[in-house]
Design a protein around this ligand. Structure first.
Ligand code: AMP
Ligand code: MG
Length: 406
């Protein structure tokens, strides 16, 4: 029996080489940078006014000054500001040469044609965003491996980057197996269930940054399974569900062996979980996940997702972990380490975890309700106290109320 860590080490030893592609900035959201980005110019590119007001020599304030011109955003000053002169300036307009401060319009008063009275005091540099003060040319602004969120996209655009190299999204073939499966929407015949794993896996692949290639469900028939795997092998990674438990285990194993794919059928010490079938052919990892919906998703999170994130160049390919205080205690029979689905909520400064309903390996509700997996060691005699929780739904703690109370 392998530990989860041992199985993970083996899986991570065969991560396919990742490809990169250049995409327009408008297509880059959510992608992972495959290059370091250095600012090609200064930001701001010239000294810019941070206020609507008057560009002056600080030493001239307070005083009455002659207004020599007006510069709006997008314009450019024609005159140098000298002592006794002021240029009326708008937010985002270039500060004229000679001026070393901007006095805001609220501190001014027109006292005649082209004459302005400025009150208070001015310090050199006030309300001026100096050239390169936010980002100096040549600065490393974003590093390789960085996921491009809204802030990063805005920064790239601000420094003039129009396209970026990102990791290509891995194509993940998804094959469901089972005679009992029918598509959601179709009526159920005797002994039939709606196939859910393919849909959940497609969503998991997308969440992980991959492209799901749904190859549908095939019956428990060697020819159909072989055809399904043959189609799936055109992808970068293959994930199948069902047919790897003891009952039909040899069936899938035989089909894959006929295709020249040597699979390992690992018994991983984890709950929920069944044997995890794993093999590599021509550099393509193949994961045979259990058919039980929760086992299928837990296995995906533990083994497939880190492979996909590593392919994408994510320096942190594992789920984030938070420490949480479990609400209540549950006695348990020690056994395999367990991924207990929990709901998380914030209670003041602490995060609390509450067991998310029925914990059987077919308990789909626990995956929909839960925010994370509480990691319970195999030798624990009870579940309680502070637990480490792998977070798969980061929306926990979101509130129906605005969070501020000034
Ligand atoms: P298996 O791993 O094929 O032995 O299946 C184990 C359990 O998971 C059985 O109850 C199957 O009916 C169920 N199962 C298998 N595939 C799926 C699927 N695609 N969607 C939902 N349940 C499934
Ligand atoms: Mg089956």
């Amino acid at each position: 029996m392998l530990t989860v860590e041992e199985a993970l080490v083996r899986v991570l030893a065969h991560v396919p080489a990742s490809r990169t592609e250049r995409v327009a900035l408008s297509e880059a959201h959510g992608r992972i940078l495959a290059e370091d980005v250095v600012a090609a110019g200064d930001l701001p590119p010239w000294p810019a006014s941070a206020m609507d007001g008057f560009a002056v020599l600080a030493a001239d304030v307070p005083g009455d000054l002659r207004v020599i011109e007006t510069v709006a955003a997008g314009g450019s000053p024609r005159f140098v500001v000298t002592s006794g002169a002021a240029t009326r300036i708008m937010t985002g307009a270039p500060v004229p040469i000679g001026a070393d401060a901007v006095v805001m319009v609220e501190d001014s008063e027109a006292v005649g044609d082209d004459l302005v009275r400025l009150q208070g005091f001015a310090t050199p540099g006030q309300h001026i965003r100096a050239q390169g003060s936010e980002v100096a040319r040549g600065t490393l602004v974003l590093t390789r491996g960085r996921t491009l969120g809204a802030g990063a996209i805005g920064l790239l655009a601000a420094v003039g980057v129009a396209e970026v190299a990102v990791a290509a999204r891995p194509r993940v073939g998804i094959l469901s197996t089972g005679d009992e499966l029918v598509e959601p929407g179709a009526p159920l015949g005797p002994g039939q269930i709606h196939s859910s794993n393919g849909y959940a896996l497609a969503a998991l692949v997308r969440d992980a940054g991959g492209i799901p290639v749904d190859l549908g469900s095939v019956r428990d028939d060697p020819a159909a399974i072989a055809a399904g795997f043959r189609a799936a092998l055109r992808c970068d990674v293959v994930v199948s569900t069902g047919g790897v438990s003891v009952g039909d285990y040899d069936h899938v194993k035989g089909v894959l062996a006929d295709l020249g794919i040597a699979m390992d059928f690992w018994r991983v010490a984890m709950k929920p979980g069944k044997p995890l079938a794993y093999g590599v052919i021509d550099g393509t990892p193949i994961f045979g996940l259990p058919g039980n919906p929760v086992s299928c998703m837990v296995n995906f999170y533990q083994f497939v997702r880190p492979v996909l994130r590593t392919m994408l160049g994510d320096p942190a390919p594992f789920l984030p972990v938070v420490q949480a205080e479990l609400v209540g205690h549950t006695r348990r029979r020690p056994g395999r380490p367990e991924f207990v689905r929990v709901r998380l909520f914030r209670d003041g400064d602490v995060v609390r975890a509450e067991i998310a309903g029925y914990q059987g390996s077919a308990g789909v509700l626990s995956m929909a309700d839960g925010h994370g997996f509480a990691l319970v060691p195999g030798d624990a005699a009870e579940i309680g106290g502070v637990v480490a929780v792998q977070v798969f739904d980061p929306t926990f703690g979101a509130s129906a109320e605005p969070g501020y109370r000034w």
